[in-house]
Each structure stands twice: as structure tokens, then as C-alpha cells.
Design a protein around this ligand. Structure first.
Ligand SMILES: Nc1ncnc2c1ncn2[C@@H]1O[C@H](COP(=O)(O)OP(=O)(O)OP(=O)(O)O)[C@@H](O)[C@H]1O
Length: 293
């Protein structure tokens, strides 16, 4: 864990403009990310999500300033990258065999290969089976799983995942969300087209459109940490998985169809994200701020 200043600002993006071929991909963008923020970075294709991530990783020149824990990512690239677990949207075309790649990453990032292979196994990827294969000859899903295992199997202060689920089957997606939930003490930026998919993991939503931020919602701010929401959820048919999930939120039911419970203000987004997994099942949702019916 690195040292942070009193303000706990992890990333400061100030007036960043990035132009590709005369087109402003980032348009005077400013954003402060605090330590502990878990951000869903959403927006349509071409909004600029990957570009701001690449600026943060020190890969591009741009006008304006980006600081990671006070450091310029271009001038202090090694230090900055040493603290970020990154999964790119498009896997790099590496010829290196999987075995060598995992060893290299483990050594460079101060972890051991077992950590990486254990996570890969949870994702459904047996590293030993593919260890002689060049990375670029793996399937899209295999590459993604290995990149995720390498990012999560190393020590870091920030996880940056750019569209991490694009090539994953539903089972692997679920494991990824479980793995990320286990790391909810970490700061995260997860870029996604599907807010409902990542909502359960985050405490902040930043939406981009044409290089600008159009929504910046701290979930805690909206309801207040002390506020509680009284909720009623009605489903159209009984499903055991739903019962298990909603029971984990301490909801109760007489008939297993209508469920009632309370959700803490800061957990509102996570709760809705959880419900969205059962969108075909949910017939009604009612939420009231406790005491303000
Ligand atoms: N290296 C590049 N050269 C030229 N144009 C680029 C480059 N990288 C990105 N762009 C352009 O910048 C814009 C934003 O791209 P970016 O990849 O940041 O968007 P995004 O929000 O990540 O989109 P997606 O959801 O499709 O991944 C697009 O119009 C894209 O064509």
C-alpha cells in the first residue's frame, strides 16, 4: 500500500483535452477520484472512456494534467503502473508463451505465479494446460481470463478494468464479479456499456459523452450514509436463486413472491444492480426513504 496525502485524492484529472485527427476525444475533462472510490465509467461507443484510461496509464500525450497520487503518469510511468492492476479492452498481441508471460508478470509485479494461477482456475482457465501456447494464440475469453488473473493476482492500489466482461461467458462473468466484490476495499475504475452489470460493485457512476462528463454521481451523496430505504419487491414466479440473493439482503417474505426489507442509502445502487440480474422475474419494485413515506 502506498502513502496518500490527507485529502485522500488518488487521481486528479484537470482540464484534459486529447485530440485525435483534429477531433476532440477528451474535451477539457476534469475529474477527481478519491481513495476508495469504485467507479463505473459508462458511456456509448466512442465516448472517450478508453482514452481517459490510457491518459491515466501514461500512454498518451495530452493538454492538461493527470496526477496519480501526485505523480505524473508519463514522468513516473513505472511507479504509477506498479500500483495499477489493469485489464485492457483489447488484449495486446503478445507472442510470449503463457508460462513465460505469467512468470514475467509475477516477477515484475512482486507476486508469485500461484496467486495468478489460482485466480485463473477460479475463472475456469487452467494455466498449465495452455502454458506453452503463445498468448496471442489463445481464444478471446482465455486471453481475458488470463489478463484478469494477472491484474487481480498482483498487489496494487487501483484496479482499472476496461470492458472486462466483453469476451466472458456468463459463468466467468459471475466469478469476475465475485472476485471484484472480494476486493471492495480497493479503488476501482470499471468501464462498461452495461451499468446494470457493474452497479452491484460500485459506489460512484461517471458517465461520459463525446469527451465530456455528463453524469458524476456519488451514490453516498444522493441518499446520505445514514438514510435507509424501505423496499418491496414482487416477483412473477418463484426462483430459488432469487430467494437466496434477496435473503442475503435480509429481506423477508410470507409467500416467497412479495419481499420486504430495508436497504442502506449507500447500498442503493448495489441493491438495484443485484435486482437487475433478475430483471425478467421482477414484477414490481417500490422504494421509500424510511420515515418519509
Ligand atoms: N489511437 C487513436 N487514433 C485515432 N482516433 C482514436 C484513437 N483512439 C481513440 N480514437 C477515437 O477517439 C474516440 C473515443 O475513443 P475511445 O476508445 O476512448 O472510446 P470509448 O468510450 O472507450 O468507446 P468504446 O465503448 O467503443 O470502447 C473515438 O471516436 C475513437 O475513434
Amino acid at each position: 500500500m502506498g502513502c496518500f496525502d490527507m485529502t485522500k485524492t488518488l487521481i486528479d484529472v484537470k482540464d484534459v483535452t486529447k485530440v485525435f485527427k483534429k477531433q476532440k476525444t477528451l474535451d477539457n475533462l476534469s475529474l477527481t477520484i478519491e481513495l476508495g472510490d469504485r467507479i463505473a465509467l459508462v458511456g456509448s461507443n466512442g465516448a472517450g472512456k478508453t482514452t481517459i484510461i490510457r491518459c491515466l496509464l501514461g500512454e498518451y500525450t495530452f493538454d492538461g494534467e493527470v496526477l496519480f497520487d501526485g505523480m505524473d503518469p508519463r514522468k513516473n510511468r513505472e511507479d504509477v503502473l506498479g500500483r495499477i492492476g489493469f485489464v485492457p479492452q483489447i488484449p495486446p498481441p503478445l507472442r510470449m508463451p503463457v508460462h513465460d508471460l505469467v512468470n514475467y508478470v509475477a516477477k515484475a509485479c512482486g507476486t508469485d505465479t500461484t496467486q495468478i494461477s489460482e485466480i485463473a482456475t477460479r475463472m475456469g482457465l487452467d494455466i498449465f494446460e495452455i502454458e506453452k501456447k503463445p498468448f496471442m494464440k489463445l481464444s478471446g475469453g482465455q486471453k481475458q481470463k488470463l489478463l484478469i488473473a494477472m491484474a487481480l493476482g498482483r498487489p496494487c492500489d487501483l484496479l482499472v478494468f476496461d470492458e472486462p466482461t466483453a469476451n466472458l461467458d456468463p459463468a466467468a462473468r459471475q466469478v469476475l464479479f465475485d472476485l471484484l466484490a472480494e476486493r471492495s476495499d480497493k479503488s476501482m475504475i470499471i468501464s462498461s456499456h452495461r451499468l446494470e452489470e457493474v452497479a452491484a460493485l460500485v459506489n460512484r457512476v461517471v458517465e461520459m459523452d463525446r469527451g465530456r462528463i455528463v453524469l458524476n454521481d456519488h451514490v453516498e451523496d444522493a441518499v446520505g450514509t445514514a438514510g435507509r430505504l424501505q423496499c418491496r419487491v414482487v416477483i412473477s414466479k418463484y426462483v430459488e436463486a432469487f430467494e437466496k440473493t434477496i435473503s442475503e439482503w435480509n429481506f423477508t417474505s410470507q409467500d416467497k413472491m412479495e419481499w420486504v426489507g430495508e436497504v442502506g442509502g449507500p447500498d442503493r445502487l448495489r441493491f438495484l444492480g443485484t435486482l437487475s440480474r433478475y430483471v425478467g422475474l421482477v414484477k414490481a419494485v417500490h422504494m421509500d426513504e424510511a420515515g418519509k413515506a
